[in-house]
Design a protein around this ligand. Structure first.
Ligand SMILES: NC(=O)c1ccc[n+]([C@@H]2O[C@H](COP(=O)([O-])OP(=O)(O)OC[C@H]3O[C@@H](n4cnc5c(N)ncnc54)[C@H](OP(=O)(O)O)[C@@H]3O)[C@@H](O)[C@H]2O)c1
Length: 263
C-alpha cells in the first residue's frame, strides 16, 4: 500500500464525487489532504465527512479554478497552512449541455473551456511553482475517455478533455528532467475515466434518461459503470512512487470501452 506520510496533497473538485473519494484514499494512505471547490458550505461539509472517515483532519479551501487569481490565492493559503505541496489531483471539471455543434451557445462553450482547460492550466501553473520549492512532486489530471475519442453532441467537453491531455504531456516533458539534475522532478499523468457512478452520473441523473443510461453502461466492455473507488485506486497509484517511471501517460479507467467495439 502507498504511503504518503509527510506529504501534502491537493484535490481540486475534491468536495464530491470521485474527487472526494480520492481525497479520502490519499488521506488514509497518510497524506495531509486539502480539498478545494467553489461551494463553501458543501466544501466544509465534505471536509468534515472526510475527516470523520479518515480519523484526522482533511482540510477545505475555497477556489474557483477558472479564476487565476483565486487559484494563486488558494495555493498561497495552502502553503501558509501546510508549508509545502507535494501531490495534486486536478479533478475540478464540468460537463457541457448536450447539443450539436451549431447549437452550442458561446456562453456554454466558454464556461466549459474556462473551467476544464484554463482551470487545469492555472492549477498546474501554481502547483508546479510550489512543488519545485518542495523538492518535486506528482500531478494527476482528470481527463476523460471523451478526451481520447469524440462522443456526439459534447464538443466543448471533448475538446476540453483533449486539451487536458495536451497540458499533461507538455508539463510532463518540461519537468521530467532538467538535464543536470539541478531541478526537482515532477511527474505528470492523466486519467481518462469512462462512465463513473456519482457526480454527473448520480442516481437521479441516470433515472431521468434510462435509454442514455443503458447506452453509457454498454459503452464499457464490462457492461457496467465504474465506481469512484476504482478511480481513486488509480489516482493513489499514479501519485505514489509505485509508478515512479510513468510520466506523460494517459490511463483509461473505462472497463474496456476504448479497447474495441462489439460487432
Ligand atoms: N463522472 C464521470 O463519469 C466522469 C467521466 C470522465 C471524466 N470525469 C471527470 O471527472 C471529474 C469529476 O467528475 P465528477 O462526476 O466526480 O464531478 P462532480 O461530482 O460534478 O464534481 C465536480 C467537482 O468539481 C468542483 N468544481 C466544478 N467547477 C469548479 C471550479 N470552477 N472551481 C473549483 N471547483 C470546481 C465541484 O465543486 P463546486 O461545484 O463546489 O465548485 C465538485 O467538487 C471532472 O473533471 C469530470 O469531467 C467524470
Amino acid at each position: 500500500m502507498a504511503s504518503f506520510s509527510g506529504k501534502v496533497a491537493l484535490v481540486t473538485g475534491g468536495t464530491q464525487g470521485m474527487g472526494l473519494v480520492s481525497a479520502v484514499a490519499l488521506a488514509k494512505a497518510g497524506a495531509t489532504v486539502v480539498i478545494a471547490g467553489r461551494d463553501v458550505e458543501k466544501g466544509k461539509a465534505a471536509a468534515a465527512q472526510a475527516s470523520a472517515e479518515v480519523g484526522r483532519p482533511v482540510h477545505y479551501l475555497s477556489v474557483n479554478t477558472a479564476d487565476p487569481a483565486s487559484v494563486e490565492q488558494m495555493i498561497a493559503q495552502l502553503l501558509q497552512n501546510h508549508g509545502c505541496l507535494d501531490l495534486a489531483f486536478n479533478n475540478a471539471g464540468v460537463t457541457s449541455p448536450t447539443a450539436p455543434m451549431a447549437e452550442v451557445s458561446i456562453t456554454d462553450w466558454q464556461r466549459v473551456i474556462d473551467i476544464n482547460v484554463n482551470g487545469t492550466f492555472y492549477s498546474m501553473k501554481y502547483e508546479i511553482a510550489a512543488m519545485l520549492k518542495s523538492g518535486g512532486g506528482a500531478i494527476v489530471n482528470n481527463s476523460s475517455v471523451a478526451g481520447l475519442v469524440a462522443v456526439p453532441n459534447q464538443a466543448s467537453y471533448v475538446a476540453s478533455k483533449a486539451a487536458v491531455i495536451g497540458l499533461t504531456r507538455s508539463a510532463a516533458i518540461e519537468y521530467a528532467d532538467s538535464g543536470d539534475g539541478s531541478r526537482p522532478v515532477i511527474r505528470v499523468n492523466a486519467i481518462a475515466p469512462g462512465p463513473i457512478l456519482g457526480g454527473m452520473n448520480s442516481p437521479e441523473n441516470l433515472a431521468k434518461n434510462p435509454e442514455r443510461t443503458a447506452r453509457k453502461k454498454a459503452f464499457a466492455a464490462m457492461n457496467r459503470f465504474g465506481t469512484p473507488e476504482e478511480v481513486a485506486a488509480a489516482v493513489v497509484w499514479l501519485l505514489s512512487d509505485a509508478s515512479s517511471y510513468l510520466t506523460g501517460t494517459v490511463i483509461p479507467i473505462d472497463g474496456g470501452a476504448l479497447a474495441g467495439r462489439r460487432l
